[in-house]
Each structure stands twice: as C-alpha cells, then as structure tokens.
Design a protein around this ligand. Sequence first.
Ligand SMILES: NC(=O)c1ccc[n+]([C@@H]2O[C@H](COP(=O)([O-])OP(=O)(O)OC[C@H]3O[C@@H](n4cnc5c(N)ncnc54)[C@H](OP(=O)(O)O)[C@@H]3O)[C@@H](O)[C@H]2O)c1
Length: 303
Amino acid sequence: MTTSLLDTRPLPSRSAPRGTEPLSLLFEAPAEASTGVRGGLPAELRRAYGGDLTIPLRDDRPTVIANFVETIDGAVALDPDGRTGGGAVSGFSSTDRFVMGLLRAMADVVLVGAGTVRASAGTGWTPARAHPQAAGLYRDLRRRLGLAPEPATLIVTASGDLDPTHAAFRNADVPVVLAGPAGTAERLRAAGFPDDARIESLGDGDEVAPEALIDLARRMGARVVLSEGGPHVIAGLAAAGLLDELFLTLAPQLVGRDRDSRRLALLEGIALWPERASWGELLSVRRAGNHLFLRYRFPEDAS
Ligand SMILES: NC(=O)c1ccc[n+]([C@@H]2O[C@H](COP(=O)([O-])OP(=O)(O)OC[C@H]3O[C@@H](n4cnc5c(N)ncnc54)[C@H](OP(=O)(O)O)[C@@H]3O)[C@@H](O)[C@H]2O)c1
C-alpha cells in the first residue's frame, strides 16, 4: 500500500475507530467462468485494494452491484430519520472511501434514491469525490477500460421531492438522469432542474418498477450499474432478483436502537423472508484494521 493513496489525517470523531489501514485479502473464492468481465486493476490500485478486482458482465442486462457500509448491529444510517450519511457509520474510514471510489470507477451508472440525495450535501457520485487522493488512478482506470470520463448518476424518485439547486446537479462533467413515474416526471420537468439533467418517465404506477430502472440504465449504455442508493432502493433491487453483488463494509461500531431511534437497516420497505429471502455466496473478505470488506454474489436461484 502506498501511503499517498490512503489519507492518514486524524479522523474527525474522537470515538471513531481507526479506518485508514491498508486492505489485506483474507479470503477469495475461486473465480467462476464468465462470458465477459470488466477489470482488472493496474498495479498501484491492485496493491491498494489487496488484490485484483473484476466484475462479471451479463449478456441479458447490466450487472448490478451495490455498495454499503453498516455497523456490526446492522445500522446503515445513525439518526432515526435517515438524514446522516455513510461516513458516520464507517467512522470516516478513508479505506471505505477508497473502495467506494474504486467501485464508482468501474461503473457506467451510479444509481441513488431520492432519500440518499436528500441526505447528501455533496457534489455527486464521482470516483474522485469518494476518494480525491486516488482521482488520477481512477481516471486512468476508466480510460483503460474504455469508459466515459465519469459515471452517470441515475436518481429515482416517486415524490419528486428533490432540490434542483442541489450541488449534485451542478457538475457539468456528470450526466444526470432523474427517473420517476409519469406524474412525478411531469412535476420534475416543471421544477427548474438544469437543462442538462434528463428526466425520464417510467410507467404509470406509484413507483418505478426496478426492472424498468435497470432497463433505463441499459438504454443509457450501462454494462455495470453501481447502486449507492439507500435501503429502499437496494430492497427493490433485491426483491426483483436484480442484485448481482453486494460490497459490504462492516464497521466495528455498535449503535443500538430504542423506540425513539429505530435506525435504518440494510434493506427497508420490502420483507423478503420467507418467499424471497436470498442467500449470498461469499466471494471475498478483506480487512483494514478493524473494518471488514465483504463481497457477496447473489445467484438468480438463491431464494
Ligand atoms: N451506509 C450506507 O452505505 C448508505 C448508503 C446509502 C444511503 N445511506 C443512508 O440511507 C439514508 C436514506 O435512506 P433511503 O432508504 O431513504 O434512501 P434511498 O433508498 O436512496 O431513497 C429512498 C427513496 O428513493 C425513491 N425510490 C426508491 N425506490 C423507488 C422506486 N422503485 N420508485 C420510485 N422511487 C423510488 C423514493 O423517493 P421519494 O421519497 O422521493 O419518493 C424513496 O423514498 C440516508 O441517511 C443515507 O445517507 C447509507
């Protein structure tokens, strides 16, 4: 691990565990035969990630991967309203940010739900924003993989409750697509988003079918969709059998819950068990200090 890649400045919270150690590979399942893959990594990124990274490509639709960080007791947001981001969950782990940036660098489209947009004040879902120290390496990787300079951002909303002045809509280098049911799309068109934010109407229901969302990503040219949406978006993808892989950071924090602070878990809004419960296959385990970085695959027949 080169120290330049991982920020070793002191962490902002006194109680946060250290999260800046290098990644080391503890376990990796043998690679399965696949018709096509995206990746591998150049030497410097491979060293930083503790090994290579490839993502299998599907012929029938884009491969859908998701990235999350959760506490040991399963919280993905610390405040009851889901207004805080993953940083507080990970203890502001720079290693987690590095992996997030790496996954963005491998994706064509980053998918987020309106809840995550409302919780974020940041300038969007680019590799460099996740981990500025590796911006040049991410850029080179995308060039080497023949990808667009930045992944597009695809935002899904049913309410249309999004602020057109949000910083995420102000990065001219990142294509932004807002998708919602027909009535919502109409409202979004009247809401004053920047001209280059594309608005897509997907169906007449109250919500967008996850299949329609991933098909939109396909029409946008995506072979790999990275879901950085919160627990409602990932629940929809998992329930529809569209979640191929999950990159899950386990932060060594216990936060608990009581009646006043329920805290969001990884999947919300849809109960999968018993009919649609899904068993994953563990593909790899990495460790950085006390954080674990888990990669799961969810085969289509895993229910
Ligand atoms: N720990 C982590 O790694 C991590 C990752 C991501 C997010 N988070 C946190 O999770 C919290 C937000 O949770 P969340 O569940 O609200 O986030 P989310 O899943 O990104 O957003 C949920 C919202 O997305 C829209 N949506 C989702 N599926 C839809 C569908 N099929 N059709 C139409 N609209 C759809 C709806 O927006 P409308 O309400 O506008 O209708 C819904 O309320 C935040 O605190 C965020 O920081 C944590």
